[in-house]
Design a protein around this ligand. Structure first.
Ligand SMILES: [Zn+2]
Length: 368
């Protein structure tokens, strides 16, 4: 089908860094933007209302998980993902590819697709590019991803083969799309190899997607290698479409990714850390189980404006953690997600005001 127009307005640029607005059917995304992850159509331990209050604008949901349980047909029957999970704002779904390659018990890849066994009950399933798009159209997110193959980053032969397959699958995903109200992003692969990344970015950019994702990074390579690949890819990807770095979300990686022209990020880190009693701050992580917090009346971060920090002491949060109360995960998740949302809001403002370099230097002086 003809790609619908999903407009991306660039508001400001500084070096490679960009501030923009991506228009979606469920609202505008102010970029750079960070998306908390709602694997099972829920950001773990946080209600949609709480997410709204901390200023989240985009949530990611996982195609592989929702396909296996409760099933894409059921989500469609309930009015689609926005209605089902009561998140009326933009949603992004991944293609299911990454989970098939990282989670499924058995997988067999061929040129047409992947056969795999469910990690839940061992049943056999098959994803093809057409199947991934069919599932994602039933889920109905604003942004969906082309089906891709993520290779071992250091294996050149495999990286090249997976990249070529990803390109062929990207074209098939485009052909399979029928809904005009969903943006489809193509994914760049190529491991840690600059020439492969270059070729992949040129090929995917030439296919006319609404936006571009950079896959296969933050999967075991070093940070300098990841940053180098971002520079290679973002010099080629067109300026007038958003760029999404998949699965990346430490404060340092957000700052360095934005510096190199990335607009969209997602990561399970803030909510996963919260369930392990770790609070993220721009001065480093705090383990709330630590006895040093037992009598501490201060909030996690005195500079933070989130609900948790406005109301609760470290002593109370530590008590919840020690008593294994569910509220601990909720309150720490609210704080952690807020911290990353606030970080990208500050980054956006710094780009608009032309002081990104100085701002980034200040953020990166701490061990994050
Ligand atoms: Zn806070």
């Amino acid at each position: 089908m003809t790609e619908p127009a999903f407009l991306f307005d660039l508001i400001a640029r500084q070096g490679m860094a960009r501030a923009g607005v991506f228009h979606t059917p469920h609202g505008d995304l102010m970029t750079p933007v960070f998306a908390p992850v709602g694997t099972q159509a829920t950001v773990k331990a946080v209600t949609p209302q709480q997410l709204e209050e901390i200023g989240a604008s985009l949530v990611l949901a996982n195609t592989y998980h929702l396909y296996l349980r409760p099933g894409a047909e059921l989500v469609a029957e309930m009015g689609g993902l926005h209605c089902f999970m009561q998140w009326p704002h933009p949603i992004l779904t991944d293609s299911g590819g990454f989970q098939v390659f990282s989670l499924a018990d058995m997988r067999k890849i061929d040129e047409d697709g992947v056969t795999f066994k469910s990690h839940i009950d061992g049943s056999t399933h098959r994803f093809t590019p057409e199947k991934s798009i069919d599932i994602q159209q039933k889920l109905g997110a604003d942004i969906m991803m082309a089906f891709d193959e993520c290779a071992e980053p250091y294996d050149r032969t495999y990286s090249e083969r997976a990249m070529l397959r990803t390109h062929a699958w990207a074209e098939r995903c485009k052909q399979a799309q029928t809904r005009p109200d969903q943006a489809l992003f193509g994914i760049v692969q190529g491991g840690v190899f600059a020439d492969l990344r270059q070729y992949s970015a040129q090929t995917i950019a030439g296919m006319g997607f609404s936006g571009h994702a950079i896959g296969g990074l933050s999967v075991g390579e070093t940070k300098p290698e990841m940053y180098a690949m971002l520079e290679v890819v973002n010099c080629i990807l067109p300026e007038n479409k958003p760029r999404y770095l998949m699965g990346v979300g430490t404060p340092q990686d957000l700052v360095e990714g934005i510096r190199r022209g990335v607009d969209i990020f997602d990561c399970v880190l803030p909510t996963r850390l919260a369930r392990h009693q770790a609070a993220m701050t721009l001065n480093g992580r705090i383990n709330l189980l630590n006895a040093v917090h037992a009598h501490d009346p201060r909030p996690i971060d005195e500079a933070c404006g989130c609900y948790t920090c406005r109301k609760f002491s470290r002593a109370y949060l530590r008590h919840l953690v020690v008593a294994k109360e569910m509220l601990a995960a909720t309150l720490i998740s609210i704080h952690n997600v807020y911290t990353l949302l606030e970080l990208v809001r500050q980054a956006r403002q710094a780009i608009i005001e032309g002081r990104y370099g100085a701002w980034a230097e200040k953020i990166l002086q701490h061990e994050l």
